[in-house]
Write a protein that binds this ligand. Structure first.
Ligand code: HSE
Length: 315
């Protein structure tokens, strides 16, 4: 019997991993968003948001989770409607893949209710539409790892080709989320429209090194290769205290540090849980000292599972 009600968790992600703008991302374990969805007799979507965060769009027309759900209901026309509650735990504009988490959680939840559900990987195109709604661009470097787990390489967008990188779990990732906000759309609009061949060579060397390092579990190689010659030089200016926080992370033992997604969160690469906690403290202190802002930190290995159904009810 197909589920009547379902609860889904979708995790935060680190997109770009520094050098891999729009092509690389990993899932971590926390934070994440939750969606509860159930069949309702009336056609269409009934939508509500529960959150402690400000600025989360609450109406179905503006929220990405609702947008994704409506696209799926329009396409598959099941003989029921959906009542959905988004438990919006992640702040928006954080660089943690917040819009992707809501979009993915919604897609997985609606899919679970459908009479003939799709395979997980086929939900990516819906989640990417959520990203388009949130930022004007249907990038997949948050949505793919959020949905599928692990480390994803978006080798190509048209047609879409997503490769799951076979990873070794030797890296411990630190994410520091300062309490400030950056609109992804703004952070994208400020990027250069063209780069020099010299910059491109440096960048694709690093991206290749990153994929090798992730697959080999080579922490030092991954740390070196997060170096980003394209987005970081421009976007760093949007993050108060960026240079100091990066220096603090490296000084505390991180092997690499850059911007998570479009920021303001920053991530660091470390080789042990112990070092990761020292680095997290150093980054947090540095955001306070250099910019006078509070900061949450997360320490995580790569989350291999991605979005998960927490429970279903059939009756
Ligand atoms: N690749 C995207 C960007 C991730 O950097 O704009 C943010 O959602």
């Amino acid at each position: 019997m197909r589920p009547r009600k379902v609860k889904v968790f979708a995790p935060a992600t680190i997109a770009n991993l520094g050098s891999g703008f729009d092509v690389l991302g990993i899932a971590i374990h926390q934070p994440g968003d939750i969606v509860i969805a159930e069949r309702q007799p009336a056609a269409g979507l009934s939508f509500a948001v529960r959150t402690k965060h400000l600025d989360v769009p609450a109406d179905a027309q503006s929220n990405v989770a609702a947008h994704v759900a409506m696209l799926m209901l329009d396409e598959f026309r099941p003989p029921f409607g959906v009542r959905m509650t988004l438990d919006k735990r992640m702040p928006i504009g954080s660089g943690l893949g917040s819009s992707a988490a809501s979009s993915v959680a919604s897609a997985v939840a609606v899919n679970a209710l459908l009479p003939r559900p799709l395979e997980k990987k086929d939900l990516l195109r819906f989640a990417m539409e959520g990203e388009r709604k949130a930022s004007g661009s249907a990038h997949a470097d948050n949505a793919a790892p959020c949905l599928l787990g692990g480390a994803c390489l978006i080798r190509r967008y048209d047609p879409l080709d997503v490769i799951s990188i076979p990873i070794k779990q030797s890296i411990v990732w630190v994410v520091a989320h300062p309490h400030t906000f950056i609109r992804t759309e703004d952070a994208r609009n400020m990027l250069p429209k063209a780069i020099t061949l010299q910059t491109a060579i440096r960048q694709w060397g690093n991206i290749s090194g990153l994929t090798v390092g992730l697959a080999a579990g080579d922490v030092a190689l991954v740390g070196t290769c997060v170096e980003d010659a394209v987005a970081e030089p421009v976007r760093a200016n949007l993050i108060p205290g960026f240079a100091e926080v990066k220096e603090a992370a490296l000084g505390a033992g991180a092997l690499g540090c850059s911007i998570s997604g479009s920021g303001p969160s920053m991530f660091a690469v470390t080789s042990s849980i112990r070092t990761a906690h020292v680095v997290a403290k150093a980054m947090q202190k540095s955001f306070g000292r250099a910019a006078g802002i509070g900061c949450d930190t997360y320490v995580s290995r790569i989350n291999r599972t991605g979005a998960t159904i927490l429970w279903t009810k059939s009756k």
